[in-house]
Each structure stands twice: as structure tokens, then as C-alpha cells.
Design a protein around this ligand. Structure first.
Ligand SMILES: [Zn+2]
Length: 286
């Protein structure tokens, strides 16, 4: 559909030129995001922009909820969670990468309209920039979890650095809402067994998901809706985003929420927060 405007500078420029251009155009969204993030010299934002490529790699490998994760859930029973036991009709909507002034308020307003409570995984560096949004998440009755300080891939970091990521984010969240969250979601869902050992010993529950909306790929509301409703099961934990990298478009997510909630209710599911789904406290040592 873009062939005409981009590829008609003379036949001699030839198919190769066009092919290269179209290839580049296909890769451009990710590249453009990465470039902007770097220009802005914000390590956190730049880290985010890597999400698309990491996620794509993951999707072709063991994600989501692949054998490795299931095995880890068995080994770390109650400390590494992908879903609740299947005997409930409850499910949990979870929103990562908050707070983000572009999307978090829209998601909050939609959840309020639909009268449901969800769980938000907060990035510490973003909480420091927009504390009022974190307070609003809490005030509106949602649960809060820790999503690291600036969104690195834990599996590429030594344990000390991972501890620092979790503790710095925890301090930022505590400074805003007054408590340390028990729930931790590692960026990209990546975490190693030794990091899990530490998390378990220190009172955290690491929560990934069994339903991936893939909304970070900037999908339409209909695609996000289909990705969720075709895989949801009793006890499911559903991954969505209410924040993103520079230029990332999450309006599909915002528009999909009412449709997802209505579908869930009409199929006998009850959307609740993660602490309610899992029967655990929201606060560490709580
Ligand atoms: Zn994230």
C-alpha cells in the first residue's frame, strides 16, 4: 500500500532500492523508537524501546507461559506465579509500565466506568516523575506491584543489581503510597532461579502471566480483545500495558478494555486484583 509514494523515483532506482526501503520501513517503528529514546538521553526510556525486539524474540521462543515458566511455577510454588489454580472463575487484568501520563489516566477512567479493579506494575523511575498517578491508582482501589526501577532485563544482570532495581523501585513506591508491594513482575517476565531464590527469601511474590495480549505491539482493539479472549481460562493472569516507550501507541489497549471486561462477565468470569485472585496480601510482610 506504500509502494506508490515511496518507490516511484524512476525505474532505474530499481527493485533493490525499493526492496531495501520497504524492508527498512517494516523495521522502522522499532528503530525510530530506539533513536528517539537515545536522543532524549533517558536510559529508562531507551530500555523500553528494546521491548519490541525482546518481546518478539521471546514470542518465538519459550514465551508466553512456555515449558520453562511452567516448570519454574512448579519449582517455586507460590513464589513464581503464572495463574491461580483453575478451580476459580476469577481472573486478573494486569497493567505494566505505569505510570504514564498518556495512557494510565485513560485506563483508570475506563476501569472506573466498567467498575472493576485491576493490578498495576509500577516502574520506580516513572513513579518519581508522576507520583500523583501512582496515588490515583491506589485511591481508585487497584493493587500495586513493583516492575523494577528502570526496566532492565533481570536475566542479564547480576543478583546485586537486580536487588537494587527492586529495592529502589520499592522505595519510590513506598514514598508515594506508603507501603512496599509484595508483588514483583520482572520486565519482559525474565528472571533467573537465583534471583527467584532471593525474591522468595525476601518476602516477594513474582507474578508473570498466562495470557499475553501482545498489546505492546501497538495492536488494534480488536486484536487485543481476540488475543485475550481466545486464551483466557479460569484463574488466568492477563498481561496488558498502561504505559510504554517513546511514541508507543496503546490506544488499542484502552479501547479494548470495555470489550474484554464485558466478554469476561458474559462468560462467567470475575475480574479481580492479583491479591484477591491469589489470596495474598498486597503489601510485603503484610
Ligand atoms: Zn514492562
Amino acid at each position: 500500500m506504500m509502494k506508490r509514494p515511496f518507490c516511484h523515483w524512476g525505474r532505474r532506482v530499481a527493485a533493490w532500492g525499493c526492496a531495501f526501503f520497504l524492508l527498512f520501513a517494516a523495521a522502522a517503528p522499532g528503530l525510530a523508537l530506539a533513536e528517539k529514546g537515545t536522543e532524549a538521553s533517558e536510559a529508562a526510556e531507551a530500555a523500553w524501546t528494546a521491548q519490541a525486539s525482546l518481546g518478539a524474540k521471546a514470542a518465538g521462543g519459550k514465551r508466553p507461559g512456555g515449558a520453562d515458566w511452567s516448570e519454574m511455577q512448579r519449582r517455586y510454588r507460590g513464589a513464581f506465579v503464572l495463574s491461580a489454580p483453575r478451580r476459580t472463575r476469577k481472573v486478573a487484568l494486569t497493567f505494566d509500565d505505569v505510570p504514564d501520563p498518556r495512557y494510565t489516566p485513560l485506563v483508570l477512567a475506563t476501569l472506573k466506568r466498567e467498575k472493576i479493579h485491576a493490578t498495576f506494575f509500577v516502574v520506580g523511575s516513572r513513579a518519581l516523575k508522576h507520583p500523583e498517578l501512582v496515588k490515583r491508582i491506589q485511591k481508585e482501589g487497584h493493587a500495586i506491584g513493583n516492575h523494577s526501577f528502570n526496566h532492565p532485563d533481570f536475566s542479564k544482570l547480576p543478583l546485586d543489581e537486580v536487588k537494587r532495581q527492586i529495592e529502589r523501585s520499592e522505595a519510590a513506591i513506598k514514598g508515594t503510597v506508603g507501603f512496599a508491594p509484595r508483588l514483583v513482575r520482572p520486565p519482559y517476565g525474565e528472571i533467573t532461579p537465583s534471583q527467584l531464590d532471593w525474591a522468595r527469601a525476601n518476602g516477594y511474590t513474582v507474578v508473570n502471566w498466562d495470557v499475553d495480549s501482545s498489546d505492546w505491539r501497538q495492536l488494534s482493539a480488536q486484536r487485543v480483545f481476540m488475543n485475550v479472549t481466545r486464551s483466557v481460562r479460569p484463574g488466568s493472569i492477563i498481561l496488558l500495558h498502561a504505559g510504554g516507550g517513546t511514541g508507543q501507541n496503546l490506544f488499542g489497549t484502552v479501547d479494548a478494555i470495555p470489550k474484554i471486561v464485558r466478554w469476561l462477565r458474559s462468560h462467567g468470569y470475575e475480574p479481580v486484583t492479583l491479591p484477591e485472585l491469589l489470596g495474598i496480601p498486597e503489601q510485603k510482610n503484610g
